[in-house]
Design a protein around this ligand. Structure first.
Ligand SMILES: [Mn+2]
Length: 188
């Protein structure tokens, strides 16, 4: 399998996550799901875990990590989390939509100032954190926008750094560089 040749795993964005994976039935506002796709993500994650590879989850990937570690999701933020603002931006992919507060001592804290702007293309979000995971960044409405594992090399961001690359700012690239460095270091 291809993953046996990789030094790390990025779980990308995608459709909604099957709520059966965290013990819930479908909320009326749940979007498109594809269980095969979820299972592929989970299988890849399990191989990466077996091989102790660093993992970075982006948007859906970030949410799936939480589910894989036993956490839960808001199936639809707008109808399930009071006071949540709109996290499905109408602007361009590389536009900023809301700010996040980076937690001190998190994996992002040496890359970014305490507050920074991100893009936002999700109507689902982490509700209860999975085992061993902690929040690394939060939006002002309380939505968890980044996570990390307390012991494992497992990281997640709710925004899309790869879509911000066209801004030609160091900001988006910094996160990717850090992950690649983490993979290289882990290999040695
Ligand atoms: Mn957001």
């Amino acid at each position: 399998m291809l993953l046996l040749k990789c030094d790390g795993l990025i779980l990308s964005g995608g459709w909604d996550i099957d709520p059966l994976l965290f013990g819930e039935n479908e909320h009326p506002k749940l979007g498109r799901i594809n269980r095969k796709n979820d299972d592929f993500f989970l299988d890849s994650l399990h191989i990466a875990q077996d091989r102790r590879l660093p993992v970075l989850g982006i948007c859906k990937g970030h949410q799936l990590l939480n589910v894989a570690y036993g956490g839960t999701l808001y199936q639809d933020l707008e109808s399930q989390k009071e006071g949540a603002f709109r996290h499905v931006q109408t602007g361009e992919r590389a536009d900023y939509s809301h700010s996040v507060r980076i937690k001190a001592d998190s994996w992002l804290s040496d890359l970014y100032p305490e507050r920074m702007d991100v893009n936002s293309f999700h109507h689902q979000a982490i509700k209860d954190l999975g085992n061993g995971l902690r929040s690394a960044a939060q939006a002002d409405d309380g939505v968890i926008e980044a996570i990390e594992h307390e012991k494992e090399l497992v990281f997640g961001v709710q925004w899309h750094p790869e879509m911000l690359l066209s801004r030609n700012e160091d900001k988006a690239l910094a996160l990717m560089k850090k992950f690649v460095q983490c993979c290289a270091k882990n290999k040695n």
